[in-house]
Design a protein around this ligand. Structure first.
Ligand code: GAF
Length: 383
């Protein structure tokens, strides 16, 4: 168990830890790129997580160790700056946000490790941010509530790491609930847990194994394209502050004759925001067949209109599209690689995974990793 192993590793490096915190990765059933457009998302935390063992120091030093990588990083609370490496920045970013907000921290030691596949679009980075926020809050008794911790974690990624992500990943990691998806309104941050029944189905992820280098630059470009669309619609409809406030008719009227890239991005987005709400009604009606069709529609929009998919993810969705054991499938997360999510009839997982892996190997010369995931609880102290 990782929670035991991390305690042992902490002990070898630093002595006795004060506590161990767990923060999970996430999936998203539907509602992609809608978070930064103030729309709705439907994510869930999963049974793969990042753990942090942490303990106080008597000075202002921060000593970090990444158990999976066997790498150390040391710095001090004063004059925090980017590490020039990848993983420490997700931790230091949260420290920086807490400090900027006026919270008093002291030095600490921390070991971080987990079983969220890295670079697979399951939000290992958000899990590292949330595990850090939660652990520091407990360790130093800062009294920060969970929503604020989510916001600090998102800002750490936006400001310190430099990725202009929305709030979905951090929210799902922090607020996940076993066997439930989270219907999150990204404008008000109001949320509701909806039961996600898995007696008859499994959630099967196919990991493309690729992360195309365009990912973060194109992500930031999509944000700007949506903002440009909003500014045009806003001239005619001043109440429209984000694409959440717009509808398909407004997009047609204001954007269809102009720049076709902006039009396609915005048209997909208003449709997707509506689709999440309709998909929630499908869940209430226990109509997973209808829910699954919407997942395919989301994929097609992300691929053709929003243009954030890639040949590998498109290929994986096409391989299952006409399979009666698959209710729905689509690319998941920011795009340009990562995982596809498949809702699969119980019992069909193994054969489907094997057949798809064979096709994937033939077509892309890549080994397909597959994961059946369960929906789990969000960030908490484990020891
Ligand atoms: C990434 C981002 F981090 C999220 O905020 C979200 O925008 C997602 O891509 C796309 O839905 O995971």
């Amino acid at each position: 168990m990782i929670s035991e192993e991390i305690g042992r590793i902490y002990n070898e490096h630093f002595g006795a830890q004060d506590l161990i915190v767990r923060s999970p990765g996430r999936i998203n059933l539907i509602g992609e790129h809608t978070d930064y457009n103030m729309g709705f998302v439907l994510p869930a935390a999963i049974d793969k997580a990042i753990y942090m063992a942490i303990g106080k120091r008597n000075d202002q030093q921060i000593h970090l160790y990444a158990g999976d990588l066997g790498e150390s990083y040391e710095t001090s609370l004063q004059g925090l700056k980017k590490s020039g490496r990848h993983w420490p920045d997700y931790i230091l970013g949260v420290v920086d946000e807490f400090t900027k907000a006026g919270y008093t921290l002291n030095g600490f030691n921390a070991v971080v490790m987990g079983d969220v596949p890295l670079g697979a679009g399951l939000s290992s980075s958000a899990a590292v941010e949330c595990v850090t926020a939660f652990a520091l809050n407990e360790l130093f008794g800062l009294g920060i509530d969970k929503k604020a911790m989510v916001q600090f974690s998102q800002r750490a990624e936006n400001e310190f790491v430099g990725m202009k992500c929305g709030i979905m990943d951090q929210f799902a990691s922090m607020f996940g609930k076993k066997e439930h998806v989270i219907r999150l309104d990204c404008r008000s941050l109001e949320y509701a847990y909806m039961p996600f029944e898995t007696t008859d189905i499994s959630i099967l992820l196919f990991d493309t194994g690729v992360k195309h280098s365009l990912a973060s630059s194109e992500y930031n470009t999509r944000r700007l394209e949506c903002e440009e669309g909003v500014s045009i619609i806003h001239q005619k409809y001043p109440s429209v502050q984000s694409l959440r406030d717009a509808d398909a008719a407004m997009v047609e009227e204001c954007l269809s004759q102009g720049n076709q890239t902006i039009y396609r991005r915005c048209r997909f987005m208003v449709d997707e925001i509506q689709r999440v709400q309709d998909a929630c009604n499908d869940l209430v009606n226990h109509d997973l067949a209808s829910f699954g069709k919407k997942m395919y529609a989301t994929h097609d929009g992300l691929s053709k209109m929003y243009e954030v998919s890639c040949p590998e993810a498109d290929g994986l969705v096409d391989m299952v599209r006409n399979n009666s054991n698959v209710l729905g499938a689509r690319m998941m997360g920011g795009g340009f690689g990562g995982c596809t999510i498949n809702i699969v009839k119980k019992g069909a997982e193994k054969e489907l995974a094997e057949n798809t892996a064979e096709q994937y190997r033939k077509r892309f010369n890549l080994e397909l990793k597959t994961y059946v995931v369960a929906i789990d609880n969000g960030t908490s102290v484990v020891a």
